[in-house]
Design a binder for this molecule. Sequence first.
Ligand code: PLP
Length: 482
Amino acid sequence: MGRRNKATDQARQPGHGDIPSLDRLLRTPALEQLQARGGRQLVLEEARAELGQLRQNLNNSGAAADDVSLDGLAERVEARVGATLQMSLRPVFNLTGTILHTNLGRAPLAEEAIEAMAKVARGAANVEFDLAKGRRGDRDDHVEDWLCRLTGAEAATVVNNNAAAVLLMLNTLANRREVPVSRGELIEIGGAFRIPEIMRRAGCRLVEVGTTNRTHLHDFADALTPRTGIVMKVHTSNYVVQGFTAEVSDGDLAALARENGLPYMVDLGSGSLIDMAALGLPHETTVRETLEKGADLVSFSGDKLLGGPQAGLIAGRADLIAKIKKNPMKRALRVDKVTMAALAATLRLYAQPEKLTARLPTLRLLTRPIGDIQAMAERIAPALRQSLGDGTIVEIAPCTGQIGSGSLPVEILHSVALSLRPNTAAKKTGAALKRLAAAFRALPIPVLGRITDDALHFDLRCLEAGEGEQAWLAQLADLRAG
Ligand SMILES: *Cc1c(COP(=O)(O)O)cnc(C)c1O
């Protein structure tokens, strides 16, 4: 409609006098409706911003008749309101090949966990209330027994994530004390979790022991002083030192710590609750094994191999856990009822280990048969070819993924990918690939893959048959339109 008078209006550049008033703009039918649906204040703010932008454009480069027309303005305000209301945090297809992707929210939750979250989110819940005794309870009560049952620990507690768990253990047991750690374990886990920095923030003095590739028991023994607070081991989750190496076993470190009256704590990182080897996956040290080898405290993440919500779990000696719970920092690092519900429901799934690979999405994805993924690739490829047309070559190719989040860093998961290659001259491939990846990211449910070897790869391990596959296919039409 805004174009109707173009021919006549073009004779004259619109000026400030042609800009409709805020009041008139808000009284257009489109914006009246929008205010009823989306809120008066929001529409007012976006209309004001749009008019401000228009004034600035007029000053700088001039404007066209369309820019000052009421309809054109209302349309642009609507677009602004839509963009502001659009959720920035939303579901995506993780086809990167990294199953537990930290930037993509790590473990997908089990239906049982999601239901438990929704139930307690809706209203009041006995988060810190003992229903049997009718008095104040402990937040950890909802998961402590289950954590003990699954790990063999005497006691357990829960905080916001494993980084918080490590910080809390160190601060509780070694504030103003020395903590010897092997030089081979002074790790950085993506996103600023560095052992030396966490130590400092916890009030501990890091004592580096041994060398990067080899650390011996006597290195630890020599490092102990009257100022030592604890002995600590960090699971080198996201890399391996290969070749001429030596590290001190849990058993030896635990014994050394005990002889010196010190607690021995292990930051296990992923910390599985079950034997991954029994599922055909590489073995990952379990929390139970680490405690059996003599660790007094073990910390691990809720959203790595465990397959639950973001949380940091500490399991171990009852007297040490009691001290940790009394640290005021615990209050600052605690989890909310929604996380607690998801964790409690996830732990209960471990009561039936034989059903875990069916019910726990993380384990289901990790153990998905490759024939299944291949069959899906063959189902999906034709639709994708049709949507993309001649401009892109779509192939089905074997690929390798990884567990992610530092779990079993060198192990690879054989999988199948759809590989997309722009059908362009070699020197234009880079730019074409970037455009292709951007188009998939712009879909209603953004699709994230991985660019290597001049192709965009979608590892299909994490695209589950059923709803996931249907949603993926349904939005291919948007790709064509876009
Ligand atoms: C992942 C990891 C952490 C951090 O755990 P978050 O749950 O991400 O806070 C700490 N230490 C190790 C060894 C890890 O693998």
